[in-house]
Design a protein around this ligand. Sequence first.
Ligand code: GAR
Length: 192
Amino acid sequence: MEKYLGKKNLAVFISGRGSNLKSLLKFTSKKNSSTKIILVISSNPNAIGLKYAKKYKIKNYGIKFSKKSSFENQSLKLLKKNKVDILCLAGFMKILSGSFIKKFAKPILNIHPSLLPKYKGLNTHERAIKNKDKFSGATIHLVTQKLDSGKIILQKRVKILKSDNVSSLRKKILKIEHEIYPKAIAKFITNL
Ligand code: GAR
């Protein structure tokens, strides 16, 4: 008989709108999901995205990032206390320290709006359009101490049309982000 391992506990860090959080909540709240979101932390206490955590009655906290060490210490306590197995960054616009990554000592996933290793950091759509790239996309990767450089778990590309601008490209990519982040988590879990 197969051993029942139970659901993995996920925490999600956000900073703003939270549309990826919304898609993850929708996916993980399915009955047969192998994961459940048990904690949401925003680096901005006024983030609109916190409303999704409230709607799904998930523990949520807004912790100011103005003092990084204080944000990280408070978050680490919450992650440990809630027995979080995997941390998912979803529109989390801050950089976690090496010490945080080491102390958490569990996998951290991130979604990035480009075809990594292209366009690490900010303004990815602007750069793809400016360079007249034919494709862009989104990447789910493991977080390491080097910005946007950890092992890639899943990537999907979209075509950049001549008629595209930054805003239309952002919209197209956000749509595939909502599709691939849940898939990447499922894939990651099966390989654990
Ligand atoms: C998403 O496009 C995500 O890929 C990006 O911010 C947006 C957040 O949207 N993340 C990064 O640029 C991280 N470097 P959301 O708050 O609606 O999920």
